[in-house]
Design a protein around this ligand. Structure first.
Ligand SMILES: [Zn+2]
Ligand SMILES: [Zn+2]
Length: 266
């Protein structure tokens, strides 16, 4: 996605944070740093130029610029990148940018994504050779993700073809692909009602992962009763089984950030 970003402002911030003395951007940036257009192209759509990729990985100035780019556009690295960070740690190409994103910028979404039991398990599989990285990455393309930073951010959307009663409670957020649908609406009591359905047979088995410390109620699948589903719930992350054709329902408080992932068996 193209963004209107003031790269000079980003670079001025990098310089200020590093307390570097040079008066001009040109002096602060290394001669090997990518040009502005190459930097924006690389950070937006992946680094095709191997030299730029290697440089940006090793350069503190560029790593900080990458993390400030994420902050400036209000976006997080994609889930593939987050998974690679989980798998590779400091060997991840943008590890330094990711650490700044998590620690300095305190991203609540990525902090939760890194706690996903499905992703952690998948990283273990890749490490032990049970799965290849390609297998996991193709599974990640099916993931549906909704992050609600706080309730004011919810905006009404139209929900074509979605079965709910549009006359009583407005549907607030809807994400879907050919594999699954994730819908949220806010009730009068300040709770987010979650409805997750695996619609495609290609989905197979998967999970609805809910990151919130205030899950009030959850029910997974037509073949499962609520008691069994609730019995499996942990503290801050709840994972409900979601098989093809099944629907999972849950309710969480809308007062705090909530991350929802529909994640197929990777
Ligand atoms: Zn650089
Ligand atoms: Zn993030």
């Amino acid at each position: 996605m193209k963004h209107n970003v003031d790269l000079n402002a980003i670079w001025r911030t990098v310089i200020a944070e590093h307390a570097q003395v040079p008066a001009t951007l040109e002096a602060a940036r290394d001669a090997a740093c990518p040009t502005p257009s190459r930097f924006l192209q690389g950070v937006e759509s992946g680094w095709e130029d191997r030299n730029d990729r290697d440089h940006v990985t090793a350069c503190h100035f560029c790593q900080n610029s990458v993390s400030l780019y994420w902050r400036a556009v209000g976006e997080c690295p994609n889930l593939r990148a987050v998974f690679r960070y989980l798998l590779l740690g400091s060997r991840f190409e943008d590890a330094e940018a990711m650490q700044l994103h998590l620690r300095r910028d305190g991203c609540p979404r990525c902090a939760r994504r890194l706690q996903s039991t499905s992703l952690i398990r998948a990283a273990d599989w890749v490490e032990s050779g049970e799965r290849t990285l390609d297998q996991i990455q193709s599974g990640l393309e099916k993931v549906i993700e909704i992050f609600v930073p706080r309730r004011e951010r919810l905006i009404p959307v139209t929900a074509d073809g979605y079965i709910c009663d549009p006359y009583t409670v407005p549907l607030m957020l809807l994400e879907k692909n050919e594999h699954a649908t994730l819908a949220l609406r806010e009730d009068e009591g300040g709770h987010l009602q979650i409805k997750a359905s695996a619609v495609g047979s290609a989905f197979g088995n998967g999970h609805l992962e809910i990151f919130s410390t205030a899950v009030d109620d959850a029910d997974s699948g037509v073949r499962r009763d609520a008691a069994e589903a609730l019995g499996k719930l942990g503290e801050a992350q709840r994972s409900l089984d979601l098989a093809a054709g099944e629907t999972a329902l849950a309710s969480v408080s809308a007062e705090e950030p909530v991350l929802l992932l529909i994640i197929p068996e990777l």
